[in-house]
Structure formats: structure tokens, C-alpha cells
Design a protein around this ligand. Structure first.
Ligand code: 6GU
Length: 259
């Protein structure tokens, strides 16, 4: 997968070079490009924002630098994309991801969908957002997803890009050592879909007088699986009743109903 990020704070994206995403990059599973939006300004002050038409607080990001940046990074400026020889099939355009608190929710399902695309371009905004025409214009050439990471307001979309890139990168083939670790995620499809994960334990079996639940040492896989589901269900009912309410009744078995 290829990921490009266009930002006025390239340093903010440096964490992408560490941990899981950094390793995926180093191992060639992910190609990352971070671009300074000011590269596409032409005035002495490298201006990227201006006052909003219609009045109101804050500043709006100007369309021209974003337009030129997206043209160049997405290849609309007429540069043939790498890996698509002249005369070959039309290359698939990237998905443009615009992080904004006014977007649709970024969920695990969205992360899975994005992880199946070959190319993502992120356009995080500072100030009050990007001039609407940039989003509309880009939308004539590529799919655009305006996405929010939660119901709170950040000062800019860069931290949201870090969140989304990490959620997507760990789903790429070969990035996680163990495929089961994301097949069993709380929000992945399957028997534990829509349930929070319950408690986990490792050695030693007794620590500060606290014993690991006996069932986990029993070697009885059926009982262990049942216990894990019970714990997940109890935790979800306590912390996220909304997740249970939006699960179809068929997803629950007779043992669930006794809890
Ligand atoms: Cl994606 N951006 C900003 N600025 N604030 C947010 C957000 C995104 N998601 C939740 N709050």
C-alpha cells in the first residue's frame, strides 16, 4: 500500500516512522510520503489560510495550495504514476481521506475497507477546515471519505491521521506477525463481533496473592472459549450497552441469555 499525507506540520507525522507502522514502512509493506503543503504556495509568506466568506471566527484553508498539492500528489497534474507503463490500464485513483470532526465515523469496518485499497492520500486540515470547493473538485476524480475519529474536537487532523494510519496498517498482510490477532479484534466480524475484549493474563499464575482464573489453566478449550465470551459480554454490557443494543438477537446464544 502507498500512503501520502499533505500537511502544514510534516514533523507531526514523524511517529509514523516508529513502532508497527515504521516497521511496515522499513519492510516495504507500506510506502509513506509526507508532503509540506507550503511547497504549493507562491507568496513570500507561504500563506495557506484566509478569513471565511460570510464572516465568523477562525480561518479557512485556501483552495489554491490544496488544489495544486492534490494534483501533483495524486498524479492529476499529468505525471504518469509509478507502476503503470504508458498504454497500460488506467491506474486506480487513490482514496482521498479528509479527517474532520464533521465526517462520518471512522470505524473498524472503514479501516478494513481502506486497508483493501492500494493507495490512500490524507488531507488533514488546521484552522476551521478546507475551502469546500477543494473537496468537491477532488471528488470528480477520486473517491473522497470525510472521516471523524470521535465526538470531540482536535486542533487539527494530523493526530487523526496517525490514528487512522495505524488502524489501517496493522490490517495489511504481513504487518502483524499473527493474523489471528486481528481476526479476534473486538470489532472484527465473527463470534466476538461487537463485544469488547475481556481480561487477559500471563505468567506468573499467582501475583500479589491474585490468582489467574482457574479455567484459563484448565487446558479445556471449550470452557475457555465460553468463559472468554461471558467476560466479553459482561464487560460490554457494563461499559458499552449501545454495542449490545445494536447487535442482532441471533448473535446471542442460550448461555449468553443466562448472564
Ligand atoms: Cl478527524 N479532526 C479534527 N480536527 N477533530 C476531530 C477529528 C478529526 N475527529 C474527531 N475530532
Amino acid at each position: 500500500m502507498r500512503i501520502d499525507v499533505i500537511t502544514i506540520f510534516p514533523e507531526y507525522l514523524e511517529p509514523l516512522n516508529v513502532s508497527l507502522v515504521g516497521k511496515a514502512h522499513a519492510r516495504g509493506l507500506l510506502r509513506l510520503g509526507v508532503h509540506d503543503l507550503r511547497r504549493w504556495t507562491h507568496d513570500r509568506h507561504r500563506t495557506v489560510d484566509d478569513t471565511p466568506f460570510g464572516g465568523g471566527p477562525g480561518m479557512v484553508m485556501k483552495p489554491e495550495p490544496w488544489g495544486e498539492a492534490l494534483d501533483e500528489v495524486t498524479g492529476a497534474a499529468g505525471h504518469p504514476q509509478e507502476g503503470s507503463p504508458a498504454g497500460g490500464p488506467e491506474p486506480q485513483p487513490p482514496v482521498l481521506v479528509v479527517p474532520t470532526p464533521s465526517g462520518r465515523p471512522f470505524t473498524q469496518q472503514v479501516a478494513v475497507e481502506l486497508s483493501q485499497r492500494p493507495w490512500l492520500v490524507f488531507a488533514p486540515a488546521r484552522y476551521e477546515g478546507i475551502d469546500r470547493r477543494v473537496i468537491e473538485d477532488a471528488g470528480t476524480r477520486m473517491p473522497v471519505r470525510e472521516l471523524s475519529i470521535g465526538d470531540y474536537v482536535l486542533a487539527g487532523g494530523e493526530a487523526a491521521v496517525l490514528v487512522m494510519v495505524e488502524a489501517v496498517a496493522r490490517l495489511l498482510p504481513g504487518v502483524l506477525g499473527n493474523v489471528r490477532s486481528h481476526q479476534e479484534d473486538s470489532f472484527a466480524p465473527g463470534p466476538m463481533a461487537n463485544l469488547l475484549e475481556g481480561p487477559v493474563y500471563t505468567k506468573p499464575p499467582v501475583w500479589r496473592d491474585r490468582a489467574v482464573p482457574e479455567v484459563l489453566l484448565s487446558g479445556h478449550h471449550g470452557r475457555i472459549e465460553r468463559w472468554r465470551r461471558d467476560e466479553a459480554l459482561r464487560r460490554t454490557a457494563a461499559l458499552r450497552p449501545d454495542l449490545i443494543e445494536r447487535t442482532e438477537p441471533d448473535a446471542f446464544d442460550a448461555a449468553d441469555r443466562k448472564l
